[in-house]
Design a protein around this ligand. Structure first.
Ligand SMILES: CC(C)(COP(=O)(O)OP(=O)(O)OC[C@H]1O[C@@H](n2cnc3c(N)ncnc32)[C@H](O)[C@@H]1OP(=O)(O)O)[C@@H](O)C(=O)NCCC(=O)NCCS
Length: 156
């Protein structure tokens, strides 16, 4: 599927992202647009997918956090999430980051499959490495994932 991924810094991009996010995460709080680098995947004039990443500190070390991402239902099943993981990893590497992290819902099977295929493995979050917030530490419901960016890219 030919989807063109482009950085999405404008206010109009932000509105487009929030619209897609309401479709992909209908019961979640909207994400914070500020403070993350956003990308939209375009099918011609039609937005098909979006994602974001930001730098956070884990145990005092800066790491790249896959902050948010979604593929609109009609575009699922074409590997766009894996593409978005790779393009964000490339941006993280450009910034000199050596580790990528993220978290999923415990039943987020599609995301987990993509993450595992791209070389991510689960880790147990601590107070200084949690991504889902201190209040959620020790509760079931989320799985935290980490990957060394120093390993070679996964095969498609
Ligand atoms: C998660 C999401 C981004 C994946 O989109 P995608 O790139 O089109 O992913 P696919 O539909 O190709 O699914 C990825 C993998 O999961 C599998 N999969 C898809 N739906 C599944 C399900 N319900 N149960 C189990 N596996 C599933 C696919 O077969 C594929 O596996 P494979 O590569 O081994 O064949 C998309 O479903 C989405 O936007 N969901 C809502 C928002 C969300 O959950 N975002 C991620 C938050 S971490």
């Amino acid at each position: 599927m030919a989807v063109d991924f482009r950085l999405a810094p404008s206010a109009e991009d932000g509105r487009q992202i929030l619209h897609m996010d309401r479709i992909c995460f209908p019961v979640d709080e909207p994400p914070s647009i500020a403070g993350a680098e956003w990308v939209i995947g375009w099918d011609g004039e039609m937005p098909a997918a979006y994602c974001a990443w930001k730098t956070v500190e884990h145990d005092g070390v800066p790491v790249g956090f896959h902050y948010r991402g979604g593929v609109l239902p009609e575009y699922r099943g074409h590997g766009l999430q894996r593409q978005m993981l790779r393009l964000r990893e490339a941006r993280m590497r450009e910034q000199g980051l050596t580790v990528a992290v993220t978290y999923t819902d415990a039943d987020g099977a599609a995301s987990m499959r993509s993450l595992i295929a791209e070389g991510y493995r689960p880790y147990v979050p601590t107070a200084t490495t949690t991504l889902s917030g201190l209040g959620r530490l020790g509760r079931v419901g989320f799985v935290h994932w980490r990957k060394s960016l120093q390993m070679p890219p996964a095969k498609p």
